[in-house]
Design a protein around this ligand. Sequence first.
Ligand code: 5GP
Ligand code: MN
Length: 358
Amino acid sequence: MSAGQQAAGAPATMTAGAPVLPSPRSEQAPGLTDGDWQPVLAAIRGASSVDLVCHVLPDGDALGSALAAGIALRSLGIEVRVSFGDDPQVVPGSLEFLPAQDLLVPASAVPERPELLITFDVADPQRLGLLRSRAEAAATAVVIDHHASNGGFGTYQLIDPAAPATAVLVDELLRRLGVPLDRDIATCLYTGVATDTGSFRYAATTPATHELASRLLATGLRHDLISRRLWDTQSFGYLKVLAAALDRAVLERGAADGLGLVWTWVPYADLTAHGVLPEEIEGLIDVVRKASEAEVTLVLKEDPDGSLRGSSRSKGAVDVAAACGALGGGGHVYAAGFTSHSTVDTTVARFRDALPPH
Ligand code: 5GP
Ligand code: MN
């Protein structure tokens, strides 16, 4: 345990006449105080059964966070279920290595009125998919998240937009519950943090993030294998889908007040033609956004029903969460998304119009 962590949990030292200090904040979760954590810890300690759920089409942070919490709570003797609200519920191939998947149950196996339900990385109740009504009916619902756009649903909220990943908040939760990191928990948390920081490259990465990575690596996890699976493994069919998407890319230099927009889209037919699953193209935007001429990147991915899942990224000068919010979605300043039921051209036009200046 680092000095910083001990300081976070210890009572503030006060001398006579000194101003009353605010409740101590954790280095890992600077936006949260002891007062924020206390009722959540009490709810968990008092629960006999807990449902841990993440967002639909889970990424490494969502599923890694839920599974890490699942392993930890199970070690405390609590009955645990982990779930997400997709039907069929498919763990992406890139996350098949995550441990403790025996904890996973379909949405229908989550009680209709859970005793205690905790959501991980869910910015908006809509992102719960089939689990939304169960989350809303829970006797106690806790929201653990790091999306600035999170409007705060549920009974208790542990939302820290300064945290680079939800997994960072889970590390803090486990520390406060007194559960030590083992290699399985660390594998889940490392996957979450590496996913959301782009392997510790993005701006939200802090010294505390690296300190956490150090503690996780110290458990003996195989970060080399995790990284290869997360970043450097794709099917040949994906390369063909990527090639077509890059060929279709459009650069609009004048968009975003002259900062530039690059966009493309992936028809569902491209996926079926090359035997590629929707989850396999989640990282395609990371190639498109390399275009130095564009501040903003938009990728539209067609679903089987014809709707378009929009993914957007900015390099920091434009708040894409606000632009996606105008289309009914949300996310972070740098990375956000939405779902559109319009055509490609109409969707791009609405997104372009939602970029600053308004
Ligand atoms: P991605 O482009 O990787 O799917 O998502 C980028 C970020 O935006 C993620 O943090 C994700 O949670 C968020 N996001 C994606 N789609 C939606 C959406 O439809 N609604 C909201 N509120 N957030 C979204
Ligand atoms: Mn996340």
